[in-house]
Design a protein around this ligand. Structure first.
Ligand code: SF4
Length: 222
């Protein structure tokens, strides 16, 4: 028996994920992820194409998709709303279901992350409900943690208002071929995982520095 280290199927697996993810063309409708992530990233990906996901990105992301599919099956069909597409993970117990995975220990997950609450609120807007469940699987604890969310009507109305402003704004940027400023990013961690920070045409790194922002958010307690 001869055993040797190999990369043949590793490379094939990475290629399969890259092919599945595909590229979003300039004219493709905006998806919820385009709306909620950094506006500059959304516009840059339509103008220059999304750079290939790195091996590390794929290895971090894929187990999350796999867990979601294992428990809840394929995502339902996307819903079109105000000219954008929203893919809701599911509908359970008369409420929106949003499935998440994390590397954090369950004991550190006291509350859902603000980004999860924002995105889930948008699905409540689309489905016309105030209620949602966020179900999160921790790879580290190997346990679920779950939250039931009840938004107020005012929160839902404010989110709908924001979406009605944000969607046409993004479309206009894409149409004009103009990159929004780096200050349009929504969360500090976005730059850390963004493949555009060193893209020669998008050129975020020096702009982020000039704006007094950080690529990697400070750790808690630092
Ligand atoms: S590096 Fe940051 S500011 Fe630039 S596109 Fe990515 S997320 Fe947005």
């Amino acid at each position: 028996m001869k055993v040797r280290s190999s990369k043949t199927l590793t490379n094939a697996s990475l290629r399969a994920v890259r092919d599945k993810m595909g590229q979003r063309g300039k004219d493709e409708p905006l998806h919820a992820s385009d709306i909620y992530q950094c506006a500059r990233k959304t516009v840059a990906s339509r103008m220059y194409g999304e750079p290939d996901l790195s091996r590390e990105d794929i290895e971090i992301m894929s187990p999350g998709y796999a867990v979601q599919e294992y428990f809840w099956g394929d995502e339902p069909e996307s819903i079109e709303w105000e000219g954008a597409l929203f893919s809701i993970d599911g509908w359970a117990e008369g409420a929106v279901l949003e499935m998440k995975t994390t590397g954090a220990y369950v004991k550190y997950l006291e509350n859902p992350q603000p980004a999860w609450l924002d995105r889930t609120r948008s699905y409540c807007v689309i489905k016309g409900t105030l209620e949602a469940y966020i179900l999160c699987f921790s790879f580290t604890s190997r346990r679920f943690v779950e939250w039931h969310i009840e938004y107020s009507q005012q929160e839902i109305d404010e989110e709908a208002k924001w979406l009605r402003k944000r969607i046409p704004e993004l479309k206009d940027y894409i149409k004009r071929g103009e990159l929004p400023p780096v200050t349009e990013r929504r969360y500090a961690y976005e730059c850390k995982y963004c493949s555009f920070k060193d893209h020669e045409d998008v050129n975020c790194r020096p702009l982020i520095k000039a704006a007094g922002m950080r690529i990697t958010p400070p750790q808690k307690g630092k």
